[in-house]
Design a protein around this ligand. Structure first.
Ligand SMILES: [Ca+2]
Length: 371
């Protein structure tokens, strides 16, 4: 039996095409997944002897795969993983915390050292061609960490997330329902079904409906700003090392990539290292906090870092978004520039998620003629 598939069916949502189950234990859902229309299923389990049972239970079912791994937000972190007395079902990378009060009979009986993997890296390496759209999480408090290592999947493949959730952390350091919900919201997921028992934990189904991202036109070529040197007018207590690079690191999560201090007309700029004939700019605003601070955004271009030409000023009533599928898109008429500056026109802080720019090298490189 699979609760996730039952709820998807009950809500009359389209059937999943492929399933990833993180924290699969010995594979209690194999039969249900086999009887569904899913074309591929991946089961991930970190405890070696339970993984062996999982593998035996899958047998030689085609398109069902077992992976022995502990999923988390980064690759290669060594963590202590605690094995619980109930056949591993309450095993976790977190101490029992509240769980010990709610279920005094369940205890940790052992622990092993495991190295973490991100779900993105497992799927990219082992199953790059498969269409996975349902992600089932049963990882005893580390659901948020697993999701934080699944940025690419959440953005481009997953349509449903079914997770064990809890109103207060059940495990010490574990995530809450609220945290998981806010995080998934950044990727366009909403709660579609929720069950919480009298001990304040349960299950939630999240679904991405008519994802805005799919309506976003494909970017016109390669992002010229990616990893190019960037600068900003000031740093703040929220800044990270090399703060300005955060907007050209190729990573977008709805938070801030860089963060200036609160000041008059704060700015951020990138050096493309050569002149380009620019055709399009995309600015991804942070969407988790104070999106409205970007409302006075101006975009300036320069070839020499001295003479600047303003090519865009934002209508203050327009608050643009970012990874929710509403980035600011500015079309440019092949303006020639090497430097691009984003600047606000008031006293505030400038903090954006990511900046992208597209165009062609200028002057065009001469074609090589072979005689
Ligand atoms: Ca970024």
């Amino acid at each position: 039996m699979s609760e996730a598939l039952n709820i998807i069916k009950y809500l009359r949502f389209p059937k999943p095409l492929g399933i990833i189950h993180v924290g699969a234990n010995s594979g209690q859902e194999i039969e249900a997944y086999e009887n569904s229309s899913a074309e591929a299923c991946v089961y991930i389990e970190p405890i070696p002897h339970i993984f062996q049972q999982l593998k035996d239970n899958i047998g030689n079912l085609s398109n069902h795969y077992a992976v022995e791994a502990l999923c988390s937000d980064v690759n290669g972190e060594e963590v202590e993983f605690y094995i619980a007395s109930n056949e591993g079902q309450s095993s976790s990378m977190f101490p029992l915390g509240n769980h010990a009060q709610l279920y005094p009979d369940i205890k940790y009986i052992n622990s092993i050292k495991l190295e973490t993997r991100t779900l993105d890296s497992i799927i990219e390496e082992q199953f790059p061609q498969c269409q996975f759209d349902l992600l089932v999480l049963d990882t005893q408090g580390s659901e948020l960490k697993v999701l934080m290592g699944s940025h690419y999947l959440l953005k481009s493949k997953i349509r449903y997330v079914f997770a064990e959730i809890s109103e207060d952390p059940l495990y010490e350091g574990g995530c809450t329902f609220e945290e998981v919900t806010s995080f998934l919201k950044l990727y366009g997921f909403r709660v579609k079904n929720l069950y919480i028992n009298y001990k304040n934990w349960g299950e939630a189904l999240y679904a991405k409906k008519n994802s805005h991202n799919s309506q976003l036109p494909e970017p016109p070529g390669l992002n010229l700003a990616l990893n190019k040197p960037a600068q900003q007018s000031s740093v703040s207590c929220w800044s990270k090392p090399n703060d300005a690079q955060g907007a050209v690191n190729g990573f977008k999560d709805g938070g801030y990539g860089f963060h200036t201090n609160e000041e008059e007309n704060p700015w951020w700029q990138v050096d493309l290292l050569e002149n380009y004939a620019l055709t399009e700019i995309r600015v991804y605003n942070r969407i988790d906090w104070c999106e409205e601070r970007a409302k006075t955004l101006q975009i300036y271009l320069s070839q020499d870092k001295k003479n600047w030409k303003r090519v865009y000023h934002n209508d203050e009533n327009y608050i643009f978004g970012g990874v929710d599928g509403r980035p600011l898109i500015v079309a440019l008429n092949s303006h020639i520039a090497r430097y691009i500056r984003l600047q606000l026109q008031e006293t505030t802080a400038l903090h954006l998620d990511e900046f992208e720019v597209y165009g062609e090298i200028f002057p065009p490189k001469n074609p090589v003629i072979y005689l």
